[in-house]
Design a protein. Structure first.
Lengths: 375, 923
């Protein structure tokens, strides 16, 4: 008892015991102020330009972001050309391929439904040299497949690069569900839900620069790493790398955006940075716009590999279910279970094996059963 | 006329006998107690108690009073006490007659043994022995009443000025009294003693009354007749009852009379009255209560003086620089209160002898050890224990002071049940050693050694350690009464290390250190009564190891990395003149020329010309050989201040200062963290240049008891460092790309009322101040807030502080503090958006919002033991409650993404009342 008393009194001395952490929710954090977000670029190549307009959200808003519909978007060149966008879907604006003058400068003008006008700075057209190659090498130390990109600009003019990629992989669920329950009857499954194609987009901002080099060559720049443990590499894996040449301003914008960290404000955290872009409101400087407008061509290259790394998906052993519902049976009835049915079992097919959808339906892992057209 | 000297002389020669001599041995003892009694009273008592008869010139003694307290002393002992140090002599003859004469003693007998050669001489009559220390104290009062002759005596005193020099010392400890004011009233001329207690005062020749005042000392005076340049040492007694004469400033009216502005001196007595969070007297926390001085948060002792950053303070401990003046991440300051003497803070007029930092100079002086006797003192607080030993090595010449302080928080943490806390540890210690040695009257030596060490481990993974080490040797030499100088050699080292051993594969050691070797000479020359010149030079050699990152164990996969060492030389020359134009107007003007050379060996990064200094544009490196000059900077720094007395106790002061700073603390976190690194100016990081203009009004009321001051300032800082968003500064090979050159402006008004005497003492201060920054390259995408001015992290416009102490009795006093300040700015995330398939959070403009205001009250009670001078140990208790109202003042707010939601939190470090109890002792 005495010991604990001493302990209690000293307990009160400690620095971190005096400290307390409480929720802090100042009005400025929960303000409903929302700003325009411009996501997209002018595709000066042979592809359609897609620009999405959205609004920013309160940091704690869980809803999907509001889109800005009904706006009028035009691309203007310094020489006076104008191209108007069409709204394809709500907030999605497209501009079919046009004959652009690559020596000209372009800017984006946005007039919202509410009558506000936004204008980007004029940007030069950055042309993108083609990707020389996309290669993949297995790194035994990391136990991962690493994808590299190679490119060069013989004119030594591009210097700043950005890459995006789309990955697609084929995968299977652990068990093949050949049966399903339709109208309280056990029938053969029509659609295969064992084989899927997963799809992913590059999340980070991938940048490269050759300003420090004497020639404009990017050699073996690692852009993505796929650990074997993801099991994406077991059957077949494909990556589509998109390359963009950037202006210096665009490169700096993406560099700064990449540095924006998620957590900040604690005692030992660095200062947060405020990155907006090159689009401004024409009337109100307080009305921020997020996004960077650039005019660029896109170069792509796809690499498909079948390294067969990883393991066949594993799941807990299937359960057995009664074919005919029987309240006295220790087994559940196949018609009532939420598990998906695999196949008949037993000498006389007296039961049906089944497993939860996470083991049988590949779609639960995010993929689709639709075979991509390039597969 | 009672006596006729020539007559007596002839009579006394005639009567010598053995009988008379033997009579002396059975003479009566004297016991008496006199308090400011006239000399006649003393004579009457002596005569009645002993039967001796005194002969003296009454005219010479009629104005003399004396204090005496003797018990059972012989007549000789009593007379020795009374006349020692005075110009009076006494002689006793065999007929019990005492002759008191001026200057020459009457010889009452022939040399013993003259007639009897075989008889051993009886030397008891003529020998002089020094007074006992107890007796000496009483003699000080006679020193006051006696007239001292200074210089070579002449019959006629020629008109003009002469210089008196000397030391002011503490009569009990022999320590020099620093900052004591020595002055005469008409004409009004005064000086203060320097760090060694030395003064040099030039005044008109003739009869003068020197008055000497100092903090915590009993005021004294000396009557002098000044014939020519000469020397007068003065011993002062401490005011045992520190009730009346404690003052914050060196001279009571220095506030009004000196040209200094924005200077505050706190003695250890002032410091001890202020309650602090752990009951421990804390120098930096007390300094933080003064107007114009702020810190970002409660857990930080980083000082932001008048809008300067925390690295812009020159913190000197006995003239050696301390880089990290705090313990436990800033919860304690790294100075042991038991060895401190005082601290002087300069925030607007910075004397030309200081340089190298922009905002302030914090000059911390330790005590000298007691030169007379051994003393041990110490204290036991809730978190720390401390012990100080001091005493003479050679009595009255050499003394030592050894102080140690340590925390025992470690075993407290270990005793906790909580697993997480068990793995934590926090410990620190500091050790001070001072040796002072007086070689002779003109030369003295001071040696200081200081070590502080901190270890902190949070939740069993990463161990942070940091150490300060410094040593300094000062040699003070007086060339003549007008010129004296101090030579100082010092070396300071600060290092930190961070070791993580949690995951063997990721275990690492991160290290940083900074070394500086410093040599300087400061000389002071008193040209004449109106001009005093201070001049000198200093040279600093820096060597920094900006970082080394090494695997801790063989299995660690950390790739070793090391930043190359940096070295540089910083030198300065200065001269300053204090010119007393008229009693109403005085000017102090100085110039300091500083120059800095960044030296090899070093690899300097080069960047693609025409592009910003960004990591992405690094071209290569350029190599420089050892000792090769890479970049040099230099320039003049002007220091000027003017004081004009409008009325007797109202003065107006103006000052203008420029300063240059070549070493910078890189920190992009909100508080000083031990992992912040120091960086020398290099080809990319330019020196910071500051200039400050201040204007102040000073008025003393009620006989200098209440000081009121109002000061305003405007300050510009060029090349102030701020940081680009999101860059890490640790182990950054392109540190120049992470910094942002900004221009800072700071302005404010400080109002202070101070009363340091009487039962109620303390101060009240209000400050309005702003500190705003703006990127120099306003068009850069990294420029915060679109290149406009934004508040600094420590911009807290309103600040109101009351520090008070009420003494109910000599043994019991109550202290009360109140602090209010505007909350500091922060940058909240105010929204999120999707771009290019990923979610991004965006922040408000930098520092546009503020955390809730801060206010806190503290209460402390000091209970002293009885004031009997003779007892084994003198002890005192301090009971204090920090944050009496338990307000949860947010120190910081931060945001974390938890399950897709950005949640805000506020961290209050001392969010409840914290009671403490401290026991102090001295024996």
């Amino acid at each position: 008892m005495r010991y604990s008393l001493i302990k209690l009194s000293f307990f009160a001395l400690l620095v971190f015991l005096y400290s307390c952490i409480e929720p802090f929710s100042p009005p400025e954090v929960n303000s409903d102020q929302n700003y325009l977000v411009v996501d997209g670029f002018l595709n000066v190549g042979n592809d359609t330009t897609r620009i999405a307009l959205r609004r920013t959200q309160n940091v704690n808003d869980v809803a999907t972001p509001n889109v800005e519909s009904g706006a009028a978007l035009t691309v203007e060149s310094e020489s006076g050309e104008r191209f108007a966008f069409q709204e394809l879907a709500r907030g999605q604006y497209i501009l079919p391929p046009q004959q652009y003058n690559r020596g000209d400068k372009y800017r984006l003008r946005i007039k919202t439904n509410a009558g506000k006008e936004y204008l980007s700075e004029y940007v030069v057209v950055s042309s993108t040299p083609p990707i020389d190659s996309v290669t993949a090498r297995y790194d035994s130390f990391l136990d991962a497949m690493v994808f590299y990109v190679n490119t060069h600009d013989p004119a030594n003019k591009t210097q700043f690069y950005r890459w995006k990629f789309e990955e697609t992989w084929e995968y299977r669920s652990a068990f093949y569900s050949s049966l399903e329950v339709i109208d309280k009857k056990i029938v053969m499954r029509e659609k295969d839900i064992n084989l899927c194609w997963g799809k992913g987009l590059s999340g980070g901002i991938l940048l490269g620069s050759t300003v420090k080099l004497t020639s404009d060559i990017i050699k073996d720049l690692p852009i993505y790493r796929v650990p074997v443990s993801t099991n994406k590499l077991f059957i077949k894996y494909s990556i589509l790398v998109k390359q963009y040449g950037l202006s210096r301003e665009a490169f700096e914008y993406w560099t700064d955006l990449a540095k924006t960290t998620q957590g900040t404000g604690s005692l030992f955290d660095p200062q947060p940075s405020q990155v907006t872009g090159n689009i401004r409101s024409t009337s109100d400087s307080e009305d921020l716009v997020f996004g960077f407008f650039s005019a660029v061509t896109e170069e792509t290259q796809r690499l498909t590999i079948t390294p067969r790394l990883g393991t066949y998906p594993q799941c807990m052993a299937p359960d057995t279910f009664d074919v005919v519902c029987n309240p006295m049976s220790p087994r559940q009835c196949a018609l009532e279970t939420t598990s998906l049915l695999i196949s008949y079992g037993g000498l006389r097919s007296e039961f049906i094996t089944g497993s939860p959808s996470s083991c049988t339906d590949c779609r639960t892992q995010g993929g689709t059963t639709v075979r991509p057209d390039f597969w | 006329m009672k006596i006729l000297l020539p007559l007596i002389l002839s009579i006394c020669c005639l009567f010598i006998s053995n009988v008379a001599l033997s009579q002396n041995n059975v003479e009566k003892k004297i016991t008496m107690r006199l308090d400011s009694a006239r000399f006649g009273e003393f004579v009457k008592q002596v005569e009645s108690q002993t039967g001796y008869y005194l002969y003296y010139d009454t005219a010479k003694f009629d104005s003399l009073t004396l204090d005496l307290n003797v018990k059972d002393l012989t007549i000789r002992e009593v007379l020795d006490q009374v006349f020692r140090g005075s110009e009076f002599e006494y002689a006793i003859d065999a007929q019990k007659r005492i002759y008191i004469t001026q200057g020459q003693r009457i010889i009452t007998q022939l040399t013993p043994g003259l007639f009897e050669p075989n008889r051993a001489s009886d030397n008891d009559t003529l020998a002089y022995t020094g007074p006992e220390s107890d007796a000496k104290e009483k003699l000080l009062s006679t020193a006051e009443s006696k007239v001292h002759d200074i210089g070579i005596r002449k019959h006629r005193i020629t008109p003009g000025n002469s210089t008196v020099t000397g030391y002011i010392r503490n009569a009990v400890t022999g320590e020099p009294v620093i900052g004591a004011a020595i002055f005469i009233n008409s004409p009004s001329i005064g000086v203060t003693t320097d760090a060694l207690g030395f003064y040099s005062l030039t005044i008109p020749r003739g009869k003068q009354l020197l008055r000497i005042k100092s903090t915590g000392m009993r005021e004294t005076q000396r009557q002098i007749i000044l014939y020519s340049d000469g020397k007068l040492d003065v011993e002062m007694r401490e005011s045992v009852i520190a009730l009346k004469e404690v003052s914050v400033k060196a001279g009571q009216d220095k506030n009004v009379v000196g040209t200094q502005m924005g200077t505050v001196k706190l003695t250890i007595k002032n410091l001890k009255q202020v309650p602090t969070v752990f009951g421990e007297t804390d120098l930096l926390r007390t300094v933080l209560t003064l107007p114009g001085i702020k810190s970002v948060g409660e857990n930080s002792t980083g000082l932001n003086v008048r809008g300067g950053s925390t690295d812009q303070n020159l913190i000197q401990y006995n003239d050696a620089v301390i880089y990290n003046p705090s313990h436990l991440f800033g919860f304690f300051s790294a100075f042991n209160p038991d060895v401190l003497k005082d601290v002087e803070l300069y925030k607007s007029t910075i004397p030309a002898k200081f340089g190298g930092r922009l905002s302030s100079v914090l000059d911390i002086n330790s005590r000298d050890g007691n030169k007379k006797k051994f003393v041990a003192s110490g204290g036991i607080g809730l978190v720390t224990g401390r012990l100080t030993l001091e005493g003479p090595i050679v009595k009255d010449k050499t003394s030592f002071l050894l102080g140690g302080r340590s925390t025992y928080s470690n075993w407290v943490i270990k005793a906790l049940d909580n697993e997480n806390y068990n793995k934590s540890s926090a410990s620190f210690y500091d050790i001070n050693l001072n040796i002072s040695h007086e070689i002779n009257e003109k030369n003295s030596l001071f040696l200081t050694g200081y070590v502080s060490d901190d270890r902190f481990r949070l939740f069993g993974d990463t161990l942070y350690t940091y150490q300060n080490q410094l040593g300094s040797l000062k040699w003070k030499h007086t060339f003549n009464s007008k010129l004296y100088g101090v030579l100082t050699a010092s070396h300071s080292k600060y290092q930190y290390a961070m070791g993580a051993a949690g995951l063997p594969l990721n275990s690492f050691d991160l290290k940083f250190d900074i070394n500086q070797s410093n040599f300087k000479a400061d000389l002071s020359y008193q040209l004449n009564a109106r001009h005093t010149l201070d001049f000198g030079f200093s040279s600093i050699y820096y060597k920094l190891h900006p970082g080394s990152f090494q695997p801790k164990t063989a299995e660690s996969l950390i790739r070793p990395d090391e930043l190359p060492a940096e070295q540089a030389m910083e030198s300065a020359l200065y001269i300053e003149d204090k010119f007393e134009v008229s009693p109403r107007l005085s000017i102090s003007a100085g110039i300091r020329y500083s120059f800095f050379q960044y030296l090899g060996p070093k690899e300097v990064n080069t960047y693609v010309p025409g592009l910003p200094i960004e990591y992405i544009y690094q071209e290569g490196v350029k190599n420089y050989k050892a000792g090769e000059k890479i970049k040099s900077y230099g320039g003049p720094e002007y220091r000027a201040s003017v004081r004009y007395s409008v009325f007797d106790n109202l003065s107006l002061k103006v000052s203008y200062n420029t300063l240059r700073q070549y070493i910078h603390l890189l920190t992009n976190t909100m508080t000083i963290s031990p992992t912040d690194i120091w960086k020398l100016s290099d080809p990319y990081i330019k020196p910071q240049i500051g200039d400050q203009f201040s204007l102040g009004l000073y008025r003393n009321f009620r006989g200098n008891k209440v000081e009121v001051s109002l000061e305003g300032y405007y300050k510009n800082i060029q090349n102030f460092l701020d940081y680009k968003g999101g860059d890490s500064l640790i182990m950054n090979h392109n540190i120049e790309a992470a910094v942002l050159n900004t221009k800072a402006k700071a302005y404010g008004v400080e109002f202070m009322i101070k009363k340091m005497t009487g039962k109620l003492n303390g101060w009240l201060g209000y400050t309005y101040s702003r500190t705003l920054l703006r990127a120099i390259d306003r068009d850069s995408p990294d420029a915060p807030n679109n290149g406009n001015f934004y508040p600094s992290n420590y911009d807290k416009p309103h600040d109101f502080t009351v520090i008070s102490n009420y003494r109910f009795s000599h043994r019991f006093s109550l202290s009360f503090n109140f602090t209010y300040s505007t909350g500091r700015p922060y940058t909240p995330p105010i929204g999120k958006y999707m771009i290019d398939g990923a979610q991004r959070v965006y922040y408000a403009d930098r520092n546009q919002f503020r955390i809730p205001d801060y206010y806190r009250t503290d209460l402390a009670m000091n209970i002293e033991g009885n004031h009997k001078i003779k007892k084994l140990a003198h002890s005192s208790w301090t009971l204090a409650v920090y944050n009496l109202l338990g307000r949860k003042n947010p120190t910081s707010v931060y945001f974390q993404t938890v399950a897709g939601r950005v949640n805000g939190y506020q961290l209050s470090i001392f969010g409840q009342p914290i009671p403490t109890i401290t026991y102090n002792f001295r024996f």
